[in-house]
Design a protein around this ligand. Structure first.
Ligand code: NAD
Length: 505
């Protein structure tokens, strides 16, 4: 069934398929599914009802080592790293098609694992992941070396080569898509890959690896090790024969990746970490209704479990009260928690009960700090079994409060009034993070000046979360370094080699 047919399925049909699914739970190493050496497993839980979806392999350093050996063997053989560019492109194009053709399978796995609405999978995660592989496939034969200017007696050319073995350590909020952002450029550049999915959302990674073989990818090039961060993830990041870790996740663990690199072989590290994204709504916002809708989508979409969730709404004091009233009115009825397998649902549960507890504790902190709860703030009634949190809005927030400084990673928005644009930019920048920001204004000078002054990897003007694969994605400050999507990403997955030839006088 393709993507368009999948979009026509109703809730009953999804549940019927979910009831029958038998996910692959083992590691994928050297082209085969294999158990862990010690036979340990962990439970993968459905956050809607707390039931176990599958018991997944819990890898240790020995399993990671087997995956690294497989990846290294494939890399050295040249079966992928030296494959003719157009042949490598053909595999990745076929692979992108297979992702779309398996839209239903990916949707089932990610919805069961992390509770996101199935319509998000079909409208965003699956097509977005396929496009990501297409985009990086397109870059393969556009990579070029350089011949430098030398004396006639010398000839210097610079080759761009793959790194070798790349470990991809990814989070649970967009399991398929975050893995695609990491794996696609690594493969396109000719590297061998070991994917370590998050333990909360392990299942779609195995399907990704299997489909790579179906697309004609050679064995050993795309491996998956399942397991816990502190075991499998750490072993991968400490491994002496891994050349790079591409990491997406929290800033806390991103920092550990750099420590592990220093403690092992000085492997390259890129990090895509958290955020506390400000949306600045000025007094001359072109269309307040549109801005409010983007503010609503920006914090409640994907349950607020988004690295660039617009969690800080910086609103000109002159329009603050009107903004809050209209926000409350507009938000009513939108993003109502529901069954994620119902195609009309726009908000599922949070990923785990642990994440629910964390978000609820921030709501308590906000109240204790003196912020005013305008709506939400708890578990929606009728959904007590799952890890649900209702969409929540705080006003009366100042930028020193913990709810304005710390990443909550849930559907909690904070409105902060400001007096003038300089103050707004200062507040926006007063954060350890710098992943994204937006400004809503009619004034072109204010827009461009703010875009320069805001310390973040992306600044949107009169929109939020727009973009495509050409948009560099990554942070300033503790939101990490390196970029996903975009052509620059290929530079993070390759290295240069200078070849100096002495031709003689
Ligand atoms: P996390 O940092 O807890 O885990 C991310 C990955 O690291 C998982 O695979 C986990 O198993 C692994 N890990 C955890 N501890 C480890 C350790 N000690 N050694 C090695 N690996 C370890 O993050 P999360 O809770 O899965 O995801 C949420 C975070 O991800 C948020 O902070 C969010 O902002 C961030 N995120 C950022 C982006 C971005 O593009 N900037 C995108 C999505 C998510």
């Amino acid at each position: 069934m393709n993507l368009e047919q999948a979009k026509k399925m109703d809730r009953k049909a999804w549940h019927k398929l979910a009831g029958k699914i038998k996910p692959e739970t083992r590691n994928f190493i050297d082209g085969k599914f294999v158990d862990s050496r010690k036979g340990k497993r962990f439970d993968s839980i459905n956050p809607v009802n707390g039931e176990t979806v599958a018991e997944v392999v819990r890898s240790d350093a020995g399993d990671v080592d087997a995956a690294v050996k497989s990846a290294r063997k494939a890399f050295k053989s040249g079966v992928w790293s030296r494959m003719a560019p157009r042949d490598r492109m053909a595999v990745l194009y076929r692979y992108a098609d297979l992702i779309q053709e398996h839209a239903v399978d990916f949707a089932l796995l990610d919805v069961l694992n992390m509770g996101k609405p199935v319509s998000d999978m079909l409208n965003s995660d699956v097509p977005g992941s396929a496009t990501c592989f297409q985009f990086f496939a397109e870059t393969i034969d556009k990579q070029e070396g350089v011949v430098t200017a030398t004396a006639a007696s010398e000839f210097n050319y610079i080759l761009r080569e793959p790194l070798g073995v790349v470990g991809c350590v990814v989070p649970w909020n967009y399991p398929l898509m975050m893995a695609s952002w990491k794996v696609a450029p690594a493969l396109a550049a000719g590297n061998s890959v070991i994917l370590k999915p998050a333990e909360q959302s392990p299942l779609s990674g195995n399907l990704m690896a299997k489909l790579f073989m179906e697309a004609g990818g050679p064995a050993g090039v795309f491996n998956v090790v399942q397991g816990l961060g502190e075991e499998a993830g750490k072993a991968l990041a400490l491994h002496m024969d891994v050349d790079k870790i591409g990491f997406t996740g929290s800033a806390e663990v991103g920092k550990l990746m750099m420590v592990y690199s220093g403690q092992s072989n000085m492997k390259r590290v890129t990090t895509e970490c958290g955020g506390k994204t400000p949306q600045i709504v000025t007094g001359d916002v072109p269309d307040m209704d549109t801005a409010i809708q983007y503010c609503i989508n920006g914090i409640y979409g994907n349950q607020g479990e988004v690295c660039n969730a617009g969690s800080r709404l910086l609103v000109d004091a002159k329009i603050h009260d009107e903004f809050v009233e209209r926000f409350k009115k507009k938000a009513k009825g939108q993003f109502q928690p529901g069954d994620p397998f119902d195609p009309s649902t726009t908000m599922g549960p949070l990923v785990t009960k642990g994440q629910q507890k964390r978000v609820l504790s921030y709501i308590d902190i906000g109240k204790k700090e003196g912020a005013k709860l305008q709506f939400g703030g708890g578990v929606p009634s009728g959904f007590e079994k799952g890890a649900y949190v209702a969409p929540t809005l705080f006003t009366g927030v100042n930028n020193k409060m913990r709810i304005a400084q710390e990443e909550i990673f849930g559907p909690v928005a904070a409105v902060l009034p400001y007096k003038n644009i300089d103050q707004a930019v200062e507040m926006a920048n007063d954060s350890i993070y710098g992943l994204a920001a937006s400004i809503w204004t009619r004034d072109i000078n204010v827009a461009h000046k703010a875009a320069r002054d805001l310390q973040s990897g992306v600044v949107w003007v009169n929109c939020f979360d727009h973009g495509d694969m050409t948009l560099p994605w990554g942070g300033y400050k503790q939101s990490g370094f390196g970029r996903d999507k975009c052509q620059e990403t290929m530079l993070h997955h390759t290295q240069t080699k200078a070849v100096w030839v002495h031709l003689g006088e």
